[in-house]
Design a protein around this ligand. Structure first.
Ligand code: GDP
Length: 453
């Protein structure tokens, strides 16, 4: 196993910067680049020791630093680890990292520290995945939810479900393989109840997925509407600052601006658009094409209409595009009157709101509607939750196999037949927690991490 090193603090100047080294030679690599005051070598010290000293390149002292030593297996990665805390200058940290690399370490891949923690059994795959969610959390709810998974809320739930199937499978195999022994016969009705219970736990995880994503990852959201209906004004209301340029001239919001906005418990990944009307203007057309594709790739549409003016064909075309998708129709400019009513538009969208984007109080109205439509208002962040598509797919696969097992019981099939479906249900659960998972999946999971984590 190689010894890896990386800068673990952000790629920017800061008060303190940390270069982390992990692997069998971590402490000797650190000894070559760091001299503790009092000249005691780090390799002579036990784990959890801290020493003040200097990072040096031969005779050339680079910085004062503090070295923290962790000895395997009592470290984040489960290996020997040294953290060199220096002054957080970017150039300085790059020099210190370079020194470590010249003295026996190799550069860490993205997420390699956490990957090693997973491979060394310090955490399961769901816990490892939650590290990234925790780092990128935009608010308390997201952080709470990610921390819950990191602390094992999801693994605990999945392990309980898995144990149900493992003990059923063991019992069935024993009964089939040793018919002469006094193994009690399986009560299929009781088994069906257990399987149905396990299935409903998985279904509740699956049902809460979208709300969890709204909280942790954010919902890709697009704001569409004709020019001048107030899209930029709405952006500014949601972001709480003048990010979009609000103008009186139709069609001037040409570029698509993307921003992340936290509205109550919900994180919206917002795109402002150039409107979706046809246009001959080349620059604007590029924006419009992009807007249309955004519409198809967004999970939530905020369709804006100037409610103080009658609906026209362009408004209807926009509303048509919302049909069947999670969407909110915002009848804007209600301070100027309400020519368009809720009844006129409700058939196209999931929800209709009448607001004035210019009025700051409209934020609360929007927040309530968003939490309502996304199901985040009562979201329990301490409960187990799925944090990505990989986990979601594992649960869906398990549910399909449980369904097969239940129908095998209902049809009165042999125990062997039930057992095949039970075994098949265990597989995706083992994959979810990472107990039985291919290298390709593991590499894919950690490739999304940042270097240094
Ligand atoms: P966009 O082209 O859709 O981005 O529209 P803008 O946000 O640039 O708004 C166009 C014009 O409508 C600006 O002059 C805004 O100040 C105005 N506007 C936006 N929302 C409201 C509203 O709720 N009430 C009124 N009276 N004017 C608004």
């Amino acid at each position: 196993m190689s010894t890896i090193a990386a800068i673990s603090t952000p790629n920017a100047a800061g008060g303190i910067g940390i270069v982390k080294i992990s692997g069998p030679d971590a402490i000797s690599v650190a000894d070559r680049v760091f001299a503790a005051v009092g000249s005691k070598k780090l390799s002579d010290l036990p784990g959890y020791s801290v020493r003040f000293g200097h990072v040096h390149d031969g005779d050339n002292e680079l910085d004062q630093a503090v070295a923290i030593i962790y000895r395997a297996p009592k470290s984040y990665t489960g290996e020997d680890v040294v953290e060199l805390q220096c002054h957080g200058g970017l150039y300085l940290m790059q020099q210190i990292l370079r020194l470590c690399l010249e003295n026996g370490a190799v550069p860490a891949e993205p997420g390699e520290f956490t990957k090693r923690a997973f491979l060394n059994g310090k955490m399961d795959l769901t816990e490892a995945e939650s590290v990234m969610t925790l780092i990128s959390a935009h608010g308390r709810q997201a952080a709470d939810a990610a921390f819950g998974v990191l602390s094992g809320s999801l693994s605990g739930e999945i392990n309980d479900i898995k144990d149900t199937f493992i003990s059923a499978a063991a019992h069935m195999s024993a009964w089939v393989d040793y018919p002469d022994d006094e193994i009690p016969e399986l009560d299929f009705e009781a088994l069906k109840v257990e399987f149905t219970d396990a299935k409903s736990k998985l279904l509740s995880l699956i049902d809460n997925f979208d709300a969890g994503q709204a909280i942790t990852e954010g919902i890709p959201t697009v704001i569409v509407g004709k020019p001048n209906v107030g899209k930029s004004t709405l952006m500014n209301l949601l972001l709480g600052r003048e990010r979009s340029i609000v103008t009186e001239v139709a069609g001037t919001t040409r570029d698509v601006v993307e921003e992340t906005a936290r509205i109550g418990n919900v994180v919206l990944r917002l795109s402002d658009t150039a409107g979706i009307r046809e246009s001959d203007d080349l620059v604007e057309s590029i924006g419009i094409e992009y807007a249309k594709s955004k519409l198809n790739h967004s999970s939530l549409i905020l369709a804006m209409i100037d409610g103080s003016n009658p609906l026209d064909e362009e408004d209807i075309a926009i509303l048509e595009a919302c049909k069947g998708k999670p969407s909110i129709c915002i009848l804007n400019k209600n301070d100027l009157g309400s020519t368009v009513t809720e009844k006129d538009v409700e058939a196209y969208v999931s929800k209709v709101l009448s607001i004035s984007a210019k009025n700051k109080d409209s934020f609360e109205v929007l927040r309530e509607s968003l939490e309502d439509i996304l199901g985040t208002a009562d979201f329990d962040t301490s409960a187990a939750m799925l944090i990505n598509e990989r986990q979601l797919n594992c649960c869906k696969k398990a549910v399909a196999c449980i369904d097969e097992a239940i129908s095998a019981i209902e049809m009165g099939l042999t125990m062997d037949a039930v057992n095949v479906s039970v075994d098949a249900a265990i597989e995706p659960l083992l994959e979810l927690t990472g107990e039985r998972v291919s290298d390709a999946v593991v590499n894919e999971v950690f490739s999304k991490f940042c270097v240094g984590k």
